[in-house]
Design a protein. Sequence first.
Length: 395
Amino acid sequence: MTSSPRPLLGVWTMAAMAQGRFCLLTVFLICILLLARRQAEVISFSKSLRTTRTLSSVPMVEASLDDTGNATLGFEKIYALSLPSRHDRRDGIVLQAAFTGLTIDFADGLDGDSMSEKSVPKTEQNVAAIGGGELGAWRGHANIWREIVQRNLGSAFIMEDDSDWDLRIKRQFRDLALATRALVQPRVVAPGQDEGDELAFDRLPATKPPRHSPYGDDWDIIWAGHCGQVFVEESERPKKRVIQLGDETVPQKKWLSKPFYDPITLKEKYPNHTRAYHHSEGAVCTLGYAVSQRGARKLLNELALRTPVLPCDFLVRVFCEGSQGLGPGTCITTQPPLINSHWPRGPLQDQSNIRLEESGFREKAETRITRWSARINAGVLLGGKGPVDGWPDEV
């Protein structure tokens, strides 16, 4: 009598069912893992969008005020915009940086006439409003904004290659940081109703410590070098200002002059050696300005990708003021400027890469309203002597 195959068939059936359940379980687990991985990627991407830095990708417990005394004045980079052919200006910048303990990288400027016409945003009439040297200057600044964004720099300071500054620049920028914090950082205690528009530099209100920059966490531009600024008076923009009395780096009032504004409120209403810090208004010339990561993104979007209808300094000005469909940006400045143009001895036509129509010869080198000029004092210091005051007090 032969045995029945049913028990063996049952075993095979149970094994097949077990294997099927195992396969289903495996597929289920794989699906769960794939979904979890996908969800993690979504969360990670969302988190990266939320945490992409505006001033720094590596948050600190507190940004130290002492960083203003480092080789980049508390910014991540200092750039000097310079045509490669202007060896004379590059030599001067390097010498000034050496005497003041700064590290400066050169960013190559451009000749506007050599730019590709297709690379310049145009109007409906297929024209750009500026050309030549002005166009090259605009693109040169835009290239630095792009680099700040591309390299994800927390901030950078941009200067032009004819810039000069005081030998005491690090102390000046420390004061600038203190004043800027007072203007942009949240207060520890809310301001009183009778505070007014002026804050005394020696009695600044307590603010929450900044996490990203020694200058504060809520700014786009710090316009330290210019040809003129005015106090915000008429517009709806913030009118708060910080007044610093007794700043020995500021010349006497008789020496204060600006080619674009007269009378000068700082000169008419305040005592000698007064410095003011305030929101930017009416700025002319981009001799030296800091840009945060947030600010660089805004400038790249609003000024580099649109038709340049004005020279670069005026475009930055209208961005700061929030006019002509641009901005508004959070822009802080100081009067008198901390960065000024140096005019060397030599033919006047050599002193500008944009306006070449000047004629004549300058007999004596000069830097406007900069008392201990780093450029002018280079030879003095090399000779082992103390600094010379270019704008001494007169009784």
